[in-house]
Design a protein around this ligand. Structure first.
Ligand SMILES: [Zn+2]
Length: 111
């Protein structure tokens, strides 16, 4: 669900933009438009056209989990699924992705 612009997205946008610039070359992908949204139940998503959406709550996560969410969505630009090839792409940048994924699930910040 999209709530609109009545939330403070400025700092989320700035941090996402800087991490995308740093991490996209590691995955060898190019992305399209980037939107910061008040999504209820997901941290990020990507479209087939290469546009990325991130949850504004990303700014409240520790940096290692911010990177996990961003790398996850960037890896989807290479593999639009959760296949072994997808996770291999994630692991190429974040070898400890399993523990990061577990930690993110345990944050309980989305419900
Ligand atoms: Zn995914």
């Amino acid at each position: 669900m999209r709530i609109g612009r009545c939330f403070p997205s400025g700092s989320a946008r700035a941090l996402v933009a800087s991490r995308l610039v740093a991490l996209a070359p590691a995955l060898g992908v190019a992305y399209g438009r980037v939107a910061i949204r008040a999504q209820k139940s997901c941290w990020g998503s990507c479209s087939r056209a290469g546009n990325l959406n991130f949850n504004y709550k990303l700014q409240f996560l520790p940096p290692r989990l911010q990177d996990y969410v961003i790398v996850h969505e960037l890896a989807h630009l290479r593999e639009h699924n959760h296949s072994a090839r997808f996770w291999a792409a994630v692991a190429g940048v974040l070898p400890n992705w399993r523990s990061l994924r577990r930690e993110l699930r345990e944050t309980k910040m989305l419900y």
